[in-house]
Design a protein around this ligand. Structure first.
Ligand code: ZN
Length: 334
């Protein structure tokens, strides 16, 4: 028997779940939930490769990486005819959608039904992976419901989403939900290492990642100034009582920006204690240690205000106003 592997970092719970299943007990449709960037799609792809791998095996998870089927999973652009993956936001049933599964960002309900009804090329299973699904029409939702009610033989559907609450409850209730937790810092570093990032870069990005590879990669992007760099400058200006030159806060950036500020404030508190606990924002350690130390009462009040800001960010309050609220909290204005 050849050596089998399953190259997914983290995801211990999902691994245990699928390791405990046999081919016969495998369901027809699973919903992978969890924060963005923790490996839901990577897992879905590796599960598909395991199911389609031709090597003899007892377990559900694992592939040899060398058989004729595995060769079609090589690299980023898997082209196994029985494995279909849709990347990007999926708007099933959008009347403007073009036909085709790989070529188009959009997939119509008719495409979906067509994909479900096709026979396997290799005589085995067919696996469909659908990324974040947004149903544009009832027709689309109905197509999926029909699949879930009368699943065709040999088809496995894997849906992934970071926002399961946005799925129709009639659909969600028919899927087996598998939760993916945040990765540890060491696991994010391991994933980045596999992508050939230098170890120093990986260390910083992993410590800022909050357990998400997507967030780690965002901090590694250097083409334009990252959101984090803007927020860091704004933070130190605000704390120094200077009026920041520009605001970073928009509807899109608010959540991540506030998270960055929270990390900086926690580091500021740690630096104020001076008891040698490692900071998360390694690259800002010098500047944080030079700040006026925060006394414990002020620290608690500031963290409370940041919680308030995060709650405000989920309402219709303007992002600029939320930013201003945080700036005032940082300068200690009442
Ligand atoms: Zn194989």
């Amino acid at each position: 028997m050849s050596e089998l592997r399953f190259d997914v970092v983290g995801a211990e719970g999902p691994k245990r779940y699928f390791e405990g299943l046999t081919q016969q007990r495998l369901g027809h449709a699973y919903l992978f939930t969890g924060p963005a960037g923790v490996g839901k799609k990577t897992f879905a792809r590796a599960l598909a490769q395991s199911l389609l791998c031709l090597a003899p095996k007892d377990a559900l998870l694992g592939y040899d990486g060398t058989c004729a089927s595995c060769l079609l999973f090589g690299g980023e652009n898997a082209r196994h005819p029985d494995f279909l993956e849709h990347r990007g936001v999926l708007r099933i049933g959008d009347p403007d959608a073009r036909a085709g599964f790989y070529e188009s960002e959009q997939l119509s309900a008719r495409d979906l039904i067509h994909q479900f009804s096709m026979q396997s090329y290799s005589g085995g299973m067919r696996v469909l992976v659908l990324g974040d699904v947004a149903f544009a029409t009832h027709e689309a939702a109905n197509a999926l419901l029909k699949f879930l009610e009368e699943p065709p033989r040999g088809v496995l559907m894997l849906l992934t989403t970071a926002t399961p609450a946005r799925l129709l409850s009639t659909i969600r209730s028919r899927l087996v939900e598998i939760r993916f937790p945040l990765l540890s810092k060491a696991q994010v570093r391991e994933v980045l290492g596999g992508m050939k990032y230098a170890s120093q870069e990986s260390d910083l990005a992993a410590s800022l990642s909050g357990g998400s590879v997507a967030r780690a990669l965002a901090t590694l992007q250097s083409e334009e100034e990252s959101l984090r760099a803007q927020v860091v400058r704004w933070f130190f200006d605000s704390v120094a009582g200077k009026s920041p030159q520009d605001s970073w806060a928009t509807r899109e950036t608010l959540e991540d920006g506030l998270e960055t500020i929270k990390t900086l404030v926690r580091d500021w508190i740690v630096a104020s204690g001076g008891d040698g606990i490692a900071l998360v924002s390694l690259d800002q350690a010098e500047r944080l240690r030079r700040l006026q130390p925060l006394d414990p009462r002020a620290a608690v009040a500031l963290l409370g205000k940041l919680d308030d800001a995060q709650r405000l960010a989920r309402t219709n309050v303007s992002p600029n106003l939320v930013g201003e609220f945080v700036r005032m909290a940082l300068t200690g204005s009442p």
